[in-house]
Design a protein around this ligand. Structure first.
Ligand SMILES: Cc1cc2nc3c(=O)[nH]c(=O)nc-3n(C[C@H](O)[C@H](O)[C@H](O)COP(=O)(O)O)c2cc1C
Length: 299
């Protein structure tokens, strides 16, 4: 169980995933039992400059209570300016993204090399809001340089409520397997609750030092990973499409469906034909017919 300020989180958390965890997919995962959902990362610099695109990334649904927005950047003043205006319950800071366009700006995983700045960011937010602030990071920047402990100490002293650790180094990006042993070591020494992330279910044994688990890519394959109900690609796809059409236009809906069907239908007979049909579909109703047809083949 994880306590974030007045919010008690039970159940695994959906990891933020840029390009995937929009309001429709987060709602779907929440319906499937996710304990907490987090938006994909949103640039504080973008928000300070009032970009409309960034606003869309922060759309929340009613079911997302408590709601959590993930921010990235490196200037404490930007974070403070944005934190004052955010309409959400919890603020998460990305200190783990390894992508060059992010770290070259000093954002994301670059903050592992600058724990003092990481602490200043958390402090700047805590100075302007009572909302719980969490931090998401990795084991370190360079392989085998375990910098997470110093970062955790700094953000905890500044008032962070919890930290998520993905058990890879930034330089690894997504290669190899997440190191659950290193994450557990950090959990044992962390002054604040630690949320374990990275290949959960494959390498991570349950342990009382871990406050919660965060699941990313496995949820893309099967949102029922949260409630342990049997995998149901057809039902999942239909509900996901329904939610997408509720929040977005047809073009966006079809684009998302193309991405998700690769994961949902990976083990389904006829999935190749289904994906080909969806790749040329120009309307949601064509997509739904293709899903019905594929389901018929599987009965
Ligand atoms: C497509 C994709 C997009 C991601 N975007 C973000 C992001 O916006 N913010 C973030 O903190 N992590 C992001 N991540 C990392 C995930 O949150 C998570 O830490 C990682 O996938 C490991 O967990 P998993 O093994 O359960 O997938 C992303 C990962 C993927 C695969």
């Amino acid at each position: 169980m994880l306590q974030l300020g007045k919010y008690t989180i039970t159940g695994a958390i959906l990891a933020p995933m840029a390009g995937y965890t929009d309001v429709a997919f987060r709602t779907l995962c929440k319906e499937c039992g996710a304990g907490l959902t987090v938006t994909e990362m949103v640039s504080v610099r973008g928000l300070v400059h009032d970009s409309q695109k960034t606003e869309q990334l922060m759309r929340l649904s009613e079911i997302e209570r408590p709601s959590c927005i993930q921010l990235f950047g490196n200037d404490p003043a930007d974070f403070a300016a944005v934190a004052k205006t955010l309409d959400c319950d919890i603020i998460d800071i990305n200190m783990g993204c390894p992508m060059p366009k992010i770290v070259n700006n000093g954002d994301g995983a670059a903050l592992l090399n600058n724990p003092e700045r990481a602490g200043q960011i958390v402090r700047a937010i805590k100075d302007v809001t009572d909302k719980p602030v969490t931090v998401k990071t990795r084991l370190g920047y360079n392989i085998d340089e375990n910098q997470a402990a110093a970062l955790i100490e700094s953000v905890a002293a500044a008032g962070a409520a919890a930290v998520t650790v993905h058990g890879r180094y930034a330089r690894q990006r997504y290669s190899g397997l997440s190191d659950g042993g290193e994450v557990l070591k950090l959990a044992k020494s962390s002054p604040i609750p630690l949320i374990a992330n990275g290949d959960i279910g494959e390498v991570f044994p349950p342990d009382p030092h871990i406050a919660a688990l965060m699941i990313g890519r496995r949820a893309l394959e099967n949102p029922h990973v949260f409630d342990d109900k049997p995998e149901d690609p057809f039902g999942t796809a239909r509900r996901h499409i329904e939610l997408l059409t509720q929040y977005f236009d047809e073009r966006y809906t079809i684009n998302q469906v193309r991405k998700f069907f690769v994961h949902y239908f990976r083990r389904v007979h006829g999935s190749k034909a289904l994906r080909s049909a969806v790749n040329i579909a120009e309307s949601v109703s064509t997509v739904l017919h293709a899903v019905d047809y594929c389901e018929m083949l599987n009965q």
